[in-house]
Design a protein around this ligand. Structure first.
Ligand SMILES: [Mg+2]
Length: 377
């Protein structure tokens, strides 16, 4: 029998290491961030269609951009060029055997493959994931400045644009400074803003519970990753002790992590990120485990430019529930330049998931070239 299934031969892969300017140095419980060194994947099908993906490593959290670029250029390239771009699941399974980890590089490849396939079929990317349940996702902006006045000014500017959700990064200075910042935010804006707290692993398990209890007074809608990723029992104890929902971020990268986290009930919520999971397939497996366990979901992000923020938006569109919204603000509110042909789509405090084919917004080749440190392939 002749195989008549359609094929989408991949003719080329270019790997761009990009250096995107940022608005400010940001502080987190696991360290500061001041440079967005990301990797853009350009997957070209024979016939001219192009699929885009982005790897957004943070050395203190997931890995380095140089390692992601090498995984893509050296190890993944031979398995992608010449392959059938319609066979996304088989290709991703093959890459898992080629290299362990490398989750940001794998997220970039799966995004580019699905962008390409969706464009070939003339449908938005979310249609390849089951179709959109919701195309408007509430947006949270993170406050992470060591100068309180700058965070207050950012919150004012966001509110003027309809953004009412703020995540305060805590645990990078004294506990008293965290209390001072939260007091100032509630004093200035009252309960008209939705406040969340993210420690990025910044507390020691020995006194974490006492400190997070203090911050519950400011009525956060969740407290994220107060203790180091490996301190799962401490995280579980905090989740049991507090009424405020506890979110696991650094403690849950993979579906296997999610299964163990659900079984041991270490958190009430998961921050799901394509960059941690290694792409859509595994991120949606995490979401399915959370859904079955009664654990809530949130669309987390790294220091992402527009391509990765768009990929996250398509993931959120198909999730069973998006009550806590997403934090796809970096392309528009943290980086001072992006590589898309149009601004990342935000309206009245919500991300609007594009309905055009693929990711829905194209990469601008001139902007990409301008911000590329090097391009391989
Ligand atoms: Mg986090």
């Amino acid at each position: 029998m002749t195989d008549t299934s359609p094929t989408l031969p991949i003719g080329g892969l270019r790997v761009h290491l990009v250096d995107l300017p940022v608005r400010s140095v940001r502080k987190h419980g696991i360290g500061s961030f001041s440079r967005a060194l990301n990797v853009i994947v350009e997957l070209r099908a024979e016939g001219g269609l192009v699929g885009w993906g982005e790897a957004c490593p943070w050395p203190a959290f997931t890995g380095t951009a140089e390692a992601a670029a090498a995984a893509l250029d050296i190890h993944f390239r031979p398995h992608l060029v010449g392959a059938d771009g319609f066979c996304t699941a088989a290709l991703m399974a093959r890459l898992d055997k080629v290299a362990v980890g490398a989750t940001e590089a794998k997220a970039a490849v799966e995004t580019a493959l699905l962008d390409l396939k969706a464009k070939a079929l003339g449908v938005p990317l979310y249609d390849l994931l089951g179709g959109a349940r919701c195309r408007r996702i509430p947006l949270s902006v993170s406050l992470a400045d060591s100068e309180l006045d700058k965070d207050l000014a950012l919150a004012e500017a966001c509110l003027a644009d309809g953004i009412k959700i703020f995540k305060v990064k805590t645990g990078f200075a004294d506990h008293s400074f965290d209390i001072e910042r939260l007091e100032a935010l509630r004093h200035r804006f009252g309960m008209k803003i939705d406040l969340r707290i993210d420690y990025n692993q910044g507390l020691h398990p020995s006194d974490a519970l006492a400190k997070v209890r203090d911050l519950e007074a400011f009525r956060p809608s969740f407290i994220e990753q107060p203790v180091p990723a490996a301190q799962r029992e401490a995280l579980a104890a905090i989740a049991r002790a507090l009424d405020t929902p506890i979110m696991a971020d650094e403690s849950v990268f993979s579906p296997e992590d999610a299964l163990r986290a659900a079984k041991d009930r270490i958190a009430d919520l998961f921050s799901v990120k394509l960059q941690k999971a290694g792409g859509f397939t595994r991120a949606l497996e995490i979401a399915a485990i959370a859904q079955a366990a009664g654990i809530g979901l949130y669309g987390g992000s790294m220091f992402e430019a527009g391509v990765a923020n768009l990929a996250g938006a398509h993931m959120m569109a198909v999730l069973p529930e998006a009550r806590y919204g997403c934090e796809y603000y970096t392309a528009s509110r943290y980086l001072t330049a992006d590589i898309l042909t149009a601004a990342f789509p935000i309206e009245a405090g919500e991300v609007v998931v594009p309905a055009a084919p693929g990711l829905g917004i194209e990469v601008d080749p001139d902007r990409l070239a301008h911000h590329s440190l090097e391009s391989r392939g």
